[in-house]
Design a binder for this molecule. Structure first.
Ligand code: SF4
Ligand code: SF4
Length: 447
């Protein structure tokens, strides 16, 4: 592979940018010859990515600790940013710490009432993320998951502080960042050149985008969170997605500022997981929570093997009986789909059940958290299948909680659709509307 003298290419498709300490997995033939996409944002005049560069020069994503400029995009209110195993029940749950103070996020995890807000691993819409964090902090969520980006971490911290202040509460959620071990749909951005759009196109891409991330200038990178819905609806098929990966050194720097990390792992990515963990494990072991997000890794045997492999890598750093971070296994049922309809809840519940059973059989510690398609139908479905901790009693088959992303952001959009302010700050009245919408969702697991 031809590489630029400015970049190191540790694998065939992975390109690293020395300016911003991030990497991109390039799906495009010849893209390696152009430059790293990240650098396109900063120094390259390449016209084929013109739709990226003007906005991305202002974006916070993928910037290293030295590059802390904040987006100059006009501020606006919250908007998108957003078969039971026959012997499992006979096996006692793996040993676990269960002594967190009442009311703390870890106590919620122990009692099966944990709620995590997902702002989007690839969402870099700082004003909206700040507002989301304010509203959901006020409601009392246990954890907020944001992109691994220092500017976004700062925006989230501001939102959390605002939520605490507005409700006169002392409850502060954990702040988590998401990273990927390898190629993952949560870590990508859509792109197309507007000049290639046929004039007669009815712009279905704009209509399906849940984040309002497409306009006449192309994809608004800050807003795009990589759901991919715009790709199949484009008649001339000109929309592409660009995957990226953060440099582990950069991830380690960000982890110094947060409480928790979530590592996304896909099928057959155990080696990439091991490689990443070797580089961030020491820092991660000082956090309060380490989560591993996984889709269906295949059949039950593949799932069990994958879980065992990852646990073997982490167990020297993560001990559920010592002082190490709590371990969460996130069952990512149908990624980034919770806002599509209530039916999407099924995939996460049933994957979570399989993950829980596999962990029990192998006596691997950790709680199971549902994500990917989660919405207001998730908790009733858990309950109907006996997977909710009744009376907060721990069982070897129930879940620690849920994580909600697209649906949590969608109900905020709906609650605030008439808000016209442009400074990004919510009035007390608007905040109350958003608060009530969020409370109804979060109470589903808390009540
Ligand atoms: S629809 Fe396309 S542009 Fe919109 S968030 Fe999803 S991937 Fe990004
Ligand atoms: S659907 Fe495709 S061709 Fe039409 S406006 Fe969107 S990107 Fe352009």
């Amino acid at each position: 592979m031809k590489t630029s003298p400015f970049y190191a290419a540790p694998s065939q498709h992975l390109l690293r940018c020395p300016f911003t300490a991030c990497s991109f997995l390039s799906p495009f033939t010849g893209f390696e010859k152009m430059a790293n996409l990240c650098t396109v944002f900063i120094v390259s005049p390449l016209s084929s990515f013109a739709s990226f560069s003007p906005r991305y020069n202002q974006a916070s994503a993928f910037r290293g600790p030295q590059n802390q400029a904040v987006s100059k995009r006009p501020r606006r209110p919250v908007k998108a940013a957003f078969t039971r195993c026959s012997h499992a029940s006979a096996i006692p749950p793996a040993p676990s710490k269960r002594n967190a103070p009442t009311g703390s996020p870890l106590h919620s995890l122990e009692t099966g009432t944990w709620f995590k807000l997902i702002c989007g691993a690839s969402s870099h819409d700082a004003p909206s993320i700040r507002n989301l964090c304010a509203v959901y902090t006020a409601v009392g969520v246990d954890c907020i998951d944001v992109a691994c980006d220092l500017a976004i971490v700062r925006a989230a911290r501001k939102g959390i502080a605002e939520g605490i202040m507005r409700r006169q509460s002392s409850h502060s959620p954990f702040l988590m960042v998401s990273v990927n071990a390898g190629t993952d749909p949560h870590f990508r951005k859509a792109s197309f050149a507007p000049s290639a759009c046929p004039p007669e196109c009815r712009r279905p891409c704009e209509k399906v985008c849940p984040a309002d991330a497409i306009d006449l200038s192309g994809v608004i990178i800050d807003l795009c969170y990589g759901c991919g819905r715009c790709v199949p609806v484009c008649p001339p098929d000109i929309i592409r997605t660009l995957e990226y990966q953060h440099d582990p050194r950069f991830v380690s720097a960000v982890l110094e500022d947060v409480d928790a990390v979530e590592i996304h792992v896909g099928r057959g990515q155990e080696a990439e997981f091991r490689e990443l963990w070797m580089q961030i494990g020491d820092v991660a072991s000082r956090l309060k929570v380490v989560a591993v997000s996984l889709p269906d890794l295949g059949g039950d045997a593949a799932l069990a093997a994958g879980l065992q492999s990852m646990w073997d890598v982490m167990k020297t750093h993560v001990s559920d009986t010592g002082n190490g971070p709590r371990l969460i296994w996130q069952a990512d049922g149908r990624p980034m789909s919770g806002d599509i309809g209530r039916g999407t809840a099924k995939a996460a519940v049933f994957l979570g059940k399989r993950v829980r059973e596999a962990l029990n059989v192998a006596r691997i510690p950790g709680e199971v958290q549902l994500a990917g398609g989660t919405n207001d139908a998730t908790v009733p479905l858990m309950q109907a299948n006996g997977l909710r901790r009744v009376g907060h009693a721990t069982t070897s088959e129930s879940f620690g909680g849920i994580a909600v992303g697209g649906y949590a952001r969608k109900i905020q959009q709906e609650a605030l659709k008439d808000v016209c302010g442009s400074d990004g700050n919510l009035s007390s009245q608007d905040f109350e509307k958003a608060y009530q919408a969020a409370k109804t969702l979060v109470d589903g697991i808390k009540a």
